[in-house]
Design a protein around this ligand. Structure first.
Ligand SMILES: NC(=O)c1ccc[n+]([C@@H]2O[C@H](COP(=O)([O-])OP(=O)(O)OC[C@H]3O[C@@H](n4cnc5c(N)ncnc54)[C@H](OP(=O)(O)O)[C@@H]3O)[C@@H](O)[C@H]2O)c1
Length: 267
């Protein structure tokens, strides 16, 4: 029951019909007995600055999530940014302070790492091949480096983006070997698909599965379909696989805690 005391939260996206965060966060609020509701806001890029200004004025708004295509632009619209979000160059969760200031954090990467750990795949010391150099890949690369991977290789269609990302991550995590490379999984303990390849049935695979060995963990971040062609073919070769939804499941509690004023993303 929504009452005059209900705390408001939102997710801002364009398009917005594909998001799963309202289901996941509202279930969490209910389980925890919170008088709170999260609703979708369909807002295009041209409306984003005015939405931020309006949200500063709404006193019963606890915070909001931003997703495609707003994660990078939203960073500059926040009044304060967590260290991790600044290093990644994007935000996905924003807390509204009682005085109206908007504080941005980024939970894609730590959600992914928390999802791995929750299923017994601690990335510490592992040799990881990360496919992709977009927004999600940047957050994951940062979190994997902080989680102490043995080495991190970033492969991307546009190699220059992989190189830039590798340099940025290496600078923020000096103890970790980070480099740009090719999408060949030979010799890696873990492969992470953070490209958008796999969402459509006619997408090519992001790597040649014939080069996968059975000990390599293959992790996906695409949520729909749950079993992508990459995961299906990797599993058929005997590889352990890790689903995209685990990232959002673990991220949900972190995002809710941050919007409620809990510890931030910069841990
Ligand atoms: N599970 C979760 O909680 C979660 C959270 C966030 C995102 N995601 C998913 O992660 C995926 C990536 O999102 P994003 O925000 O990082 O997108 P993005 O910033 O647009 O990046 C897309 C990445 O995919 C690559 N790519 C796209 N089309 C390609 C093609 N035809 N061949 C080879 N590479 C291609 C791009 O390479 P170029 O640089 O060469 O263009 C880039 O590295 C999406 O499927 C999204 O739904 C999941």
């Amino acid at each position: 029951m929504i009452t005059g005391n209900t705390r408001l939260f939102g997710i801002v996206a364009d398009p917005v019909d594909q998001v799963r965060t309202p289901q996941v966060l509202n279930r969490l609020f209910e389980q925890r007995g919170h008088d709170a509701v999260l609703v979708p806001f369909h807002v295009g890029a041209d409306g984003l600055p005015r939405i931020f200004e309006a949200f500063r004025q709404i006193r019963n708004l606890g915070g909001f999530i931003v997703t495609v295509p707003h994660k990078v632009e939203a960073l500059a619209l926040c009044d304060e940014i967590e260290d991790a979000a600044r290093a990644i160059g994007a935000v996905n969760t924003i807390r509204r302070e009682p005085d109206g200031r908007l504080v941005g954090g980024m939970f894609d990467g730590i959600g992914f790492v928390a999802g791995l750990k929750a299923r017994g795949h601690d990335p510490a010391g592992r040799r990881v091949l990360l496919l992709g150099a977009g927004g999600a890949a940047a957050a994951i690369a940062h979190a994997l480096a902080l989680a102490g991977v043995g080495s991190l290789t970033i492969a991307n269609r546009t190699l220059s983006k992989a190189r830039e990302m590798a340099e940025r991550i290496a600078a923020s995590a000096p103890g970790v070997r980070v480099e740009a490379g090719v999408a060949d999984p030979s010799g890696y303990d873990m492969v992470v698909n953070a490209t958008s390849l796999g969402m459509r049935p006619d997408d090519p695979l992001p790597l040649d599965v014939a080069t996968l060995s059975s000990g390599t963990l293959v992790a996906e971040i695409i949520m729909k379909p749950e079993m992508t062609a990459l995961l299906g073919q990797a599993q058929a070769r005997g590889c352990p696989v890790h689903l995209g939804r685990h990232m959002l499941e673990e991220q949900a509690a972190l995002m809710a805690g941050f919007m409620a004023g809990g510890p931030g993303a910069s841990r």
